[in-house]
Design a protein around this ligand. Sequence first.
Ligand code: AHR
Length: 503
Amino acid sequence: MTASLHLDPSRVVAPVSRRTFGSFVEHMGRCVYGGLYEPSHPAADEHGFREDVLALVREMGVTLVRYPGGNFVSGYRWEDGIGPVEERPVRRDLAWHSLETNEVGVDEFMRWAAKADVEVMYALNLGTRGVQEALDAHEYLNHPDRTRLASLRHANGVEKPYGIRMFCLGNEMDGPWQTGHKTAHEYGRLAAETARALRSAEPGLELVACGSSSSSMPTFGAWEATVLELAYDQVDYISAHAYYEPVDGDLGSFLASAVDMDHFVAGVTATADSIGARLKSPKRINISFDEWNVWYLSRFQNRATPAEWETAPRLIEDTYNVADAVVVGSLLISLLRHSDRVTAACQAQLVNVIAPIRAEPSGLAWRQTTFHPFALTARLARGSVLNIEVNAPTYETKRFGEVPALDAVATHDPVSGSLTVFAVNRHQADAMPLSFSLAAFDTPFRVAESWLLTDPDLNAVNTLDDPDRVVPRPIESLDLTGNTVRLTMPPVSWVAVRLTPGQ
Ligand code: AHR
């Protein structure tokens, strides 16, 4: 059991897209209310947003946030969330069987996003709504002045347009659970017409058509083909969503979830390119992987619909263990590897709801295990992604057959010369000695920092009482002699090694 990597600075996949480190805020459970926003909390700012949560969002290195849903958006009326708060209506949210108070709307969220220094990817409702309402939302958000809705924004205290670039044309419209679910043909036509109208208002927008809500959907592939046949010229991205969990305790397959993500990206890319070829279009459609994460979905699906309509109920507050964090690290490796086509990605979600950050009412906010690989990757992945060759032993999985036990990606910043290698050992029993040569680089390197995320107890978690039970630690086994880096990766572990030019 040994693995090696072949690194070559000339084998560049693409620049690291900063939008790879996106997240997702949905009006769902306690993501917004009781997560980002809790006016009575001692750490709340003058607008009711928690500064302690915000500090963790900044530390995590989130660059982009998709908002306001999710399934929620398919029944949402954006105008309910503007103007005087006391006049805003309380509505039913059918997606999550909850009550939406509209206390936080787009103006509040955009103020929070500016403070967090994140770009917003705004999702439009194409479930219960259509072209006109999408145009209205765009006019309120982005039109500079004089029109009715731009004037309304001014009256609500926001002089300058928000200048949002990325808009999602609906959410998971392929899913029968979606309010206003459509066939691929119905949706493709609506997406094309909405996009055409939005572009007439503002040509430079970046528009995301809904792809499949998972690669296991029966319509996967056919959905993308039909939607893109109808909307190819009007959109820039097709979305992909994927959630992973250990099914029936099958940890081996779960640890190899990134193999599925690789196939998913390859399938969507091939489908998009085949439509482009058929349309004789020089344009290339990229992928917005705007929902991905570990989610113990079967637990949620097995629960009964609550009898009561509650505001911000505790929903899908999964507590993540060490194995989950290693999978999150490996999914980030997959996303980076595909940086030539996946140029935006959002981990779903940001706070409390299947989130890397947890927050208790009137209490502390803390980092889940999954926070760490995200934060380290967002901070250390710089410059260009390198297409590296991985030589590793394999193991057999129930879901994906034989898979490499080790996976890795590297980024190289030609300006600073810094090189970072991210790797995962998915093997449950065997430690993996890993080596790679730096000979192809024109410079000697020194180790600037190295991080290992693992634990003999794969079920270890971070909790309110023990928030730092699982943290990354420097790699003790790391050795750089001559041009060769050597380390040993424990079973089920994730590492990041940053090298900088120097002796
Ligand atoms: O992130 C939770 C939900 O998962 C989103 O609302 C939906 O888009 C997806 O099915």
